[in-house]
Design a protein around this ligand. Structure first.
Ligand SMILES: Cc1cc2nc3c(=O)[nH]c(=O)nc-3n(C[C@H](O)[C@H](O)[C@H](O)COP(=O)(O)O)c2cc1C
Length: 181
């Protein structure tokens, strides 16, 4: 028997397996297309409800407003540390340097003890602050905005510092150096 692939008015076909495959392919294509947009790479840290440090690699970071000083980033609802960021009062954003690819990979892992493998100290409001980054923004969470399978976190910058240096760049799923270098 050949199942119909004609879409129903809701956009689905009579073949659930084909629907699932088409959906997965479209998601992959969207992810690849979004990946054409080059970004920097950050690690966002916070304290969980037990007062333990949490950290994750994030490239959805962006500036929003200078006055008041606001930034945003978005977090996948499936992240293990989701409650720490969406319920905690403070978080810190660390802009990584070009030689910190290992730090990015470390904080892109799930759960495990990420802080035993990097140099860090307690910054403003006890939030973990990573050493040797290009820039750091200590933020107070001011708003959670629902965004599909992610939540957008709006933060007010309460302290910031910049050491500078060549940035780590992420493009099409790979780390890159800036063009012209
Ligand atoms: C370059 C890069 C950028 C990422 N950006 C984000 C992001 O903006 N938001 C997000 O939720 N996850 C992002 N991730 C995935 C998280 O870092 C990853 O899911 C991490 O394991 C979450 O940690 P946790 O599950 O221990 O909380 C990114 C990963 C990489 C490698």
């Amino acid at each position: 028997m050949t199942a119909s692939t004609q879409p129903t008015p809701s956009g689905e076909t009579a073949n659930p397996a084909a629907d699932a495959q088409a959906k997965a392919e479209r998601a992959r294509a969207l992810r690849d297309t979004l990946g054409q947009f080059a970004t920097g790479v950050t690690v966002v840290t916070a304290l969980n409800a037990q007062g333990e440090p949490v950290g994750m690699t994030v490239n959805s970071f962006n500036s929003v407003s200078l006055d008041p000083a606001l930034i945003l980033w978005s977090i996948d609802r499936g992240c293990m540390s989701y409650p720490a960021y969406t319920e905690g009062e403070y978080f810190a954003v660390h802009v990584l340097k070009g030689d910190q690819q290992n730090v990015s990979n470390l904080f892109a892992g799930r759960g495990a003890d990420k802080f035993g493998q990097v140099k860090w100290h307690k910054g403003a409001n006890g939030v973990p602050q990573l050493d040797d980054c290009a820039a750091t923004f200590q933020c107070r969470r001011v708003q959670n905005i629902e965004g599909g399978d992610h939540t957008i976190l709006l933060g007010e910058v309460v302290e910031f510092s910049a050491a500078g240096g060549e940035p780590l760049v992420f493009h099409c799923g790979q780390y890159r150096a800036l063009a012209g270098q």
